[in-house]
Design a protein around this ligand. Structure first.
Ligand code: AOF
Ligand code: ZN
Length: 378
């Protein structure tokens, strides 16, 4: 959904493409706002999983169809993407070159002091001529304020460029900001008939190597991985990020929810190098655990099973997104991937909106956001 060009203040300039001189046109295709925003999105992606409680954000500085600088928000407490990109452009081309340039950023520039000074003022001070951003900042301290601030300083503003992609990037931040709960992804590997085996044994895993490698990419993008006590007892999983090009991947929290508190003290999560990243919650509802994680600035959680925890997560409407790997084998038997009460009927069942299907080895990955049926009013 594209938010129309702002009408308040000085008229916004049309897309950069239409301002390009004939000389530049002769040199090659003209880049439009979407092109530069895609670069900003690439920058932002570098911060995924590292910026909580802040969102990942990327920015580029452009002038005369030329990329002057780029940057991304690396971690909470550090410079915002806009300041990183401006500093990069100044370092490469000098302060003068940035004057009159355009800045593309995936998120609305912030407009009041947090841990860092407001970006809107930074953009005004740098004297950029135009600011193009993707998503509105859901944080009420900033939401919708940047346009008037920038326009009052004579800067043209365009909002909503590649808004869907920019909003997708900040889903955990947006949910945590609005509800205090983290963004929850249910992850599971299963047979074609929705079963799992216990314990999973190498070399005959249910899912392919490609699926399991993908799981590590998913883990690297979240703040916490959550499992039930039974999964810990039976699988003794490591729940770490492994095998990625990143040499020192950040390890998410490992969260164990248990009814009995009866957990083996020699389990890997209590004894390995990351044991200080393991949290145990005993006798708590999943919702209250997620609320507490939200208070600890966890904005995204990957639930990796087992059946009871995933069942409760769906029954309580706590899951926002699924990531299921379905392997072409038939296990049969009683070990289902999710338990819980389940939906009373297909009408009441949660559904995946716009499911994306991707092949990983011989497996199919089904990924998408969960939509819950309306609560019954009678
Ligand atoms: C931006 N650019 O790169 C990010 C923004 O405590 P602070 O100063 O880091 O501010 C955090 C808030 O700023 C955060 O809640 C969100 O609203 C916004 N994040 N804004 O202009 C950025 N990361
Ligand atoms: Zn900012």
């Amino acid at each position: 959904m594209e938010i129309p060009e702002q009408r308040r203040g000085p008229p916004a300039r049309p897309a950069a493409a239409r301002l390009t001189s004939g000389a530049a046109l002769a040199q090659g295709p003209v880049m439009d706002d979407e092109h530069w925003m895609r670069l900003a999105l690439d920058e932002a992606a570098r911060g995924i999983g590292r910026t909580s409680p802040n969102p990942p954000v990327g920015a580029v500085v452009v002038r005369d169809e030329r990329l002057l600088g780029s940057g991304w928000h690396r971690a909470a407490g550090q410079a915002h993407a806009e300041r990183e990109a401006l500093a990069d452009a100044v370092r490469r081309h000098g302060r003068e070159a940035v004057r009159g340039a355009s800045l593309f950023v995936t998120l609305e520039p912030c407009s009041s002091h947090g841990r860092t000074p407001p970006c809107s003022q930074g953009l005004i001070d740098a004297r950029v001529e135009r600011v193009v951003y993707g998503a509105l900042d859901p944080d009420p301290r900033h939401c919708g304020r940047a346009d008037a601030l920038l326009q009052a300083a004579g800067i043209a503003v365009r909002a909503g460029v590649l808004a869907t992609a920019c909003e997708r990037l900040i889903r955990p931040f947006a949910k945590a900001t609005r509800s205090g709960l983290p963004w929850v992804i249910a992850k599971a590997g299963m047979s074609l008939d929705g079963r799992i085996t216990r314990p999973p044994v190498a070399p005959r895993w249910i899912t392919s190597e490609a699926s399991r490698a993908d799981t590590h990419r998913m883990r690297a993008q979240v703040d916490a991985i959550l499992i039930g006590g039974e999964t810990l007892r039976v699988d003794n999983p490591q729940l770490t990020v492994r095998g990625l090009p990143d040499e020192e991947p950040r390890q998410p929290w490992r969260v164990i929810v248990t009814r009995s508190g009866n957990l083996p003290r020699e389990a890997t999560v209590f004894t390995d190098a990351h044991r200080d990243r393991t949290l145990v919650f005993t006798g708590r509802t999943l919702r209250s655990v997620l609320e507490e994680l939200g208070q600890r600035e966890v904005t995204s959680v990957l639930i990796e099973g087992g059946m009871r925890v995933l069942g409760e997560a769906f029954d309580e409407r706590l899951v926002d997104q699924v990531c299921f790997y379905i392997a072409p084998l038939l296990l049969g038997g009683p070990k289902l991937v999710t338990g819980g009460q389940g939906a009373g009927s297909t009408v009441e069942a949660p559904r995946i909106v716009n499911p994306q299907y991707e092949r990983f080895g011989d497996d199919l990955r089904v990924m998408g956001e969960v939509e819950y049926a309306k609560e019954k009013t009678d």
